[in-house]
Design a binder for this molecule. Structure first.
Ligand code: NAP
Length: 500
């Protein structure tokens, strides 16, 4: 049996990959690399630089539990500050030497004979590692609408995640397509600059007031000197948000109260009754992500903004056409979200018997605790299938997954095994239960959302509250896992490998 070059290989340097790397280092495990296709760490918080980009989960919660940042400038920190925080974490925990930037993974192959993964990058380099961790994130591949004439349009056209900062919006006629989490943040920023903003809304989102505020220097000092005070705030935020999760997963009826708050928010901020009506959603709040904003509705109510609800028919050289007419435009901005259930492509991930995970998932993605997939030994996915949230911090989920993956590996090490896989029957019964529970939740209340795949199956959201996920990931249930008893190779002095 050959020994791999590395013990661990992590793909992606966002919050997931960085969190995994820090956990390994804190355990004294140094034999790993992080392959990242870009030239910097940061994932979502590196790529999304659109004006107004900020987190809509409070920063004192949306951060690693082991690295509290007492200096958050606002309750909901802006993108640059979150990215800086990640850079700080990489420095503080000594992750830098492990990064390999500009390395896009194209193929991962499980070598059954030697029980390791062989990972090939676009540049042609090959790495072998005992354990493979994907921290590639479900929201990294932009989704563009299929509009007739997309390639005919002559002006700048870009996605919110690929913002063209060189393009000066001042005095321009702009079409913004989509009214999701990203759009409601950039619309208020660009509205005062543009001459005319045609905002294409297919489905209005439910939007709550955003309780954002600056964190005063006094409070920052308090958090610096008394970390327990910041921890108390974090725990309170987590508890409140998890309680909200009950509404999503157990009692969607409670969300009627949220709807009333959102409608009152529209009525306060939009004077025009006809416009108010067009902004009020007709589906249960929470079925799509509930958004937070205080500046979106006032921006939409400005005279230079037109809310267009007619479907788009086509793009022409200098215009956008709907059923009710043609509008001359200088630029198009797509706030149209991400290809969520497509997050492996364009990678090939070949597990047992050379089976590509893209094929395994052809009819829908599924895993076990959103972290392992049967048939893909020693492979851990962070924020994999059914780990998404509509109500709490994704970093909490990442930390729970990282903990679980490490417990699994410690378990196989202590049992002297070389690989671990999920028993297919256990994965099937786990998913049957997840789907049965999801059928009772707000996400199954009838709206069309990116939580559902092309077959209408919810493969993205965790069906319960985060406290339950945390409990389930404290200790692996080894009865659900299959260990390969083949002993690990040991290395003899010459560098040769022998199996004891
Ligand atoms: P999104 O929430 O999926 O919104 C996409 C928008 O584009 C929706 O309004 C959608 O309408 C519209 N759309 C999609 N395809 C369209 C088409 N062919 N024609 C017309 N409209 C179309 O995407 P996002 O705003 O980029 O946000 C994605 C996710 O990123 C969020 O749900 C959230 O999890 C995360 N995010 C988080 C933050 C944060 O602060 N933490 C900020 C931004 C994003 P329909 O609703 O009709 O599909």
């Amino acid at each position: 049996m050959k020994k791999p070059d590395l013990e661990w290989l992590i793909v992606g340097a966002g919050f997931s990959g960085l969190g995994m790397a820090i956990a390994l280092l804190r355990e004294g495990r140094r034999n790993f690399v992080i392959l990242e296709k870009a030239e910097a760490l940061g994932g979502t918080w590196r790529d999304n630089t659109y004006p107004g980009c900020a987190c809509d989960v409070p920063s004192h919660l949306y951060s690693y539990s082991f690295e509290q940042n007492p200096r958050w400038s606002r309750l909901f920190a802006p993108q640059q500050e979150i990215w800086d925080y990640m850079e700080h974490c990489a420095d503080k925990y000594g992750v830098r030497p492990h990064f390999r930037f500009g390395q896009e993974v194209v193929r991962c192959e499980w070598d059954e004979r030697h029980s390791f993964w062989r990972v090939v990058t676009k540049s042609g380099e090959t790495f072998t590692a005992r354990y493979l961790v994907f921290g590639t994130g479900p929201l990294s591949q932009p989704s563009y609408p299929e509009i007739k004439g997309m390639d005919r349009f002559r002006g700048p056209a870009f996605h919110s995640q690929r913002w063209d900062h060189k393009f000066d919006l001042e005095g321009k006629r702009v079409a913004a397509i989509g009214t999701g989490a990203s759009a409601i943040q950039f619309v208020p920023q660009i509205q005062p600059k543009v001459k005319r903003l045609h905002l294409f809304q297919r489905t209005p989102p439910w939007i709550m007031p955003k309780p954002d505020r600056a964190v005063s220097p006094g409070v920052q000092r308090l958090f610096e000197r008394v970390p327990a005070a910041q921890r108390a705030l974090r725990n309170t935020l987590w508890t409140i948000m998890d309680l909200r999760g009950f509404g999503f997963s157990v009692a969607p009826g409670i969300l009627r109260w949220t709807e009333q708050q959102c409608i009152a928010h529209i009525e306060r901020q939009v004077p025009d009754k006809a416009l108010q009506k067009r902004l009020i959603p007709d589906y249960r709040a929470g079925c799509k992500r509930i958004l937070l904003a205080d500046d979106y509705y006032p921006a939409v109510a400005q005279p230079n903004v037109e809310l267009v609800t007619e479907p788009i028919v086509e793009l022409r050289e200098h215009s956008i056409v709907t059923r009710d007419g043609e509008r001359e435009i200088d630029a198009v901005i797509f706030g149209t979200g991400f290809r969520v259930t497509d997050f492996l492509s364009p990678m090939a991930v070949l597990g047992r018997g050379g089976r590509d995970l893209n094929d395994t998932w052809r009819n829908g993605i599924e895993g076990y605790l959103g972290t392992m997939v049967s048939g893909y030994p020693n492979f851990f996915m962070l924020l994999g299938p059914n780990t998404g949230l509509g109500h709490n911090s994704m970093i909490f989920m990442i930390e729970a997954q990282v903990h679980w993956a490490l417990q699994v590996v410690k378990g196989i090490e202590s049992r002297g095994a070389s690989s671990v896989d999920v028993r297919p029957r256990e994965q099937a019964s786990y998913n049957a239960r997840v789907q049965q529970r999801l059928s009772q939740t707000v996400w199954a209340s009838g709206c069309h959302s990116w939580y559902l795949d092309k077959n209408g199956k919810n493969t993205t959201v965790w069906p319960g509250i985060t406290a339950e996920y945390w409990l389930r990931t404290r200790r692996p249930n080894f009865a659900h896992l299959e260990l390969d008893p083949a002993p690990l190779p040991t290395v003899i002095e010459s560098g040769e490998t022998a199996t004891l």
